[in-house]
Write a protein that binds this ligand. Structure first.
Ligand code: PXG
Length: 291
């Protein structure tokens, strides 16, 4: 496997970063998770835009243009002959000293692109839906670390994941500081009620997911009502359908939340339509490459 590291494609064993890298010492950096489907990098422009926005917010200079970053990603996919890949782009503040002052790292930014395959949830979940729970750890508040920044500091989400796993579940619902539903540890959440889609507004402490935006686009195209609206657990429990969206998970039906059955405990009709339409756009909405 070849990894892109600071201008070069190197073997996996040679892809090494300094222990003084502030990405390692402090989680000081940003990342993206992207998928390619049959030689098409899905929503590549949107992912690169979000990477640059995350970096801009933390005043991290990415040592490449957006076009160069897209070329690097495609070059890495080609080097690994991957038609269907999972791409991890990481840009960290780079090597500094033991203090957290980012000025010490200036000009040392680390750029890594890893391309691999991914198998996320068991196939059974995609057919029959999954059960999830709400966990005690709340999502970071915007005034602290804004969830829009896809930073290398994912401890907030990891704590929630640990709580879910400890309780015997694979995914957790995180609430915001007001008790409204924010999102899951690596996915956004939607409910369907009376034929209308609802997802929490991004200002309420959830990442503006690219899969989430794709689903809102699909709903608009199909003339379904889709709303960004605050959601309480009560509304989740009493929804007709519920599903998660994310690059890794894609569209995942949820059939039980905190022990409450959702709808008739099977992937819902609208969820299935969204899954089918999502599958269609993964064949068109992105940047093609040849291997
Ligand atoms: N919320 C959070 C907190 C995320 O990290 C999403 C929502 C979904 O966004 P996209 O743009 O992918 O639709 C994400 C992104 C993993 C993993 O391995 C998941 C994500 C990122 C990195 C790793 O679980 N999801």
């Amino acid at each position: 496997m070849k990894i892109y590291l600071n201008g070069e494609l190197v073997d996996k064993d040679q892809a090494k970063v300094s222990v003084f890298d502030h990405g390692f010492l402090y989680g000081d950096g940003v990342f993206e998770g992207i998928r390619s489907y049959n030689c098409l990098v899905f929503k590549l422009r949107e992912h690169i835009d979000r990477l640059f926005e995350s970096a801009h917010s933390i005043m991290l200079k990415i040592p490449a243009t957006k076009k160069q970053m897209a070329d690097i990603i495609i070059k890495t996919l080609k080097a690994n002959k991957l038609k269907d890949g999972y791409i991890r782009v990481v840009v960290s503040r780079g090597k500094g000293d033991l203090g957290l002052d980012p000025r010490k790292c200036k000009g040392n930014e680390t750029v890594v692109v890893i391309t691999d395959t991914i198998k996320f949830y068991p196939q059974d979940f995609y057919q029959n839906g999954m059960e999830i729970i709400t966990v005690p750890t709340i999502r970071n508040i915007c005034e602290a670390v804004n969830p829009q920044i896809k930073s290398l500091n994912y401890l907030n989400n990891i704590l929630a994941k640990i709580e879910a796993v400890n309780a015997g579940f694979e995914e957790a619902i995180m609430l915001d500081h007001l008790g409204y539903v924010a999102e899951c540890t690596g996915d956004n959440i939607f409910v369907v009620k009376n034929g209308q889609l609802y997802t929490p507004p991004q200002c309420m402490g959830s990442l503006r997911g690219i899969t989430r935006d794709s689903v809102l686009g699909i709903a608009r195209k199909l003339k379904m009502g889709a709303h960004e609206h605050v959601l309480t657990r009560h509304e989740l429990y009493n929804s007709d359908e519920c599903f998660l969206t994310g690059t890794a998970a894609e569209i995942m039906s949820v059939i039980k939340v905190d022990g409450r059955t959702i709808g008739d405990s099977k992937p819902g009709k609208i969820t299935k339509i969204i899954m089918k339409e999502f599958n269609k756009i993964t064949k068109t909405d992105g940047v093609k490459y040849k291997i």
